[in-house]
Design a protein around this ligand. Sequence first.
Ligand code: ZN
Length: 372
Amino acid sequence: MLRRRGLASLLLAFAMLPPPRAADAATTATLTAEGRGARLTVALAAGERWRIRALVRPNRLLIDFPGSRWRGPARTAGAGPVSVMRNSRGQLVLDLTGPVQVTRATGQPGQLVVEIAPGPAAAFNRAAAAKTVLAQGGGTAGLPLVVLDPGHGGRDPGAIGVKGTREKTIVLAAAQELRRQLEATGRCRVAMTRTGDRFIPLNDRVTFARRREAALFVSLHADSAPGARGASVYTLGDSTDAFSTALARRENDSDRAGGLRLPSVSPEVQAILLSLMRAETRAGSARMAEMVVQELGGQVPLLPNTHRQAGFVVLKAPEIPSVLVELGFLSHAQDEAALRRPDHRAKLARALSRAIGGWLARARTAEVLATG
Ligand code: ZN
């Protein structure tokens, strides 16, 4: 979401990160001396919780990972005020040469950074005696948000299959299954533009994602198109074929597109910000589309030229990479029969969950200051 900070405007950029380790718990830590203190960096799984406490006789810091275990080496050499770093029954223990204070402890998805410096003995002893948690974090709060957008709803049934299957029902069931699977990975938070049979205007779906500062927007559909079969994925762009144009027009006709919410800066600054953001967002959307095609391929039938571009209104958030997945076509008897089956929807959800997980692992939201 765009904000103004005085003259500085923020825009979102997506920076590449190395893929995370497969392990679901902390496994590596590095300790370096920093002046008279030390800095500890611990690799964390997304959403992993951590706590730091003080222990005395002898002086130690204990870092534990509720619900998980430290899997690092039994003993590692210390640095600064840390004599040894140990793995004690799944907890990370720093043996200290004297009392310390924690001067910084910041956890972000993927990494915990703790800085310590020599500190007063009285405060250290008090914290140990009271079992005070010196710092803690993690959990789902810092995780990126994925917005799932089941198409249609309420008075708008979407496509109606040859057997009378309604698109709005199928895509809601698919989104609920995908949400369940995504939440189980612990890699992201999930919000849905609708969780029931409710009509939501297209722009409200976009606004929903923007208000929540979503990292990714995934719209789910199962439309109707004569003769078409198989899954496909759309990103925003000029339609390159009449088929995609017609599909986008039908979707967009389900209500009228309004203007985007733009920051209150001068038109020139707005234009520059938007074009920068759109370029980043377009790259992120394309990367997501490629991952969806890769994961769905071999699992379910695909529409030829699986990644297509069209002017869908729900894909128009300038700062949120967005894709629209056509799970199949209800106008095709075999697609309709498959989409009615929970096991087929679960298979689609598994592929999409893998694509989203892979995308999140590579994309990191970074704030770039554009000073005014
Ligand atoms: Zn649709």
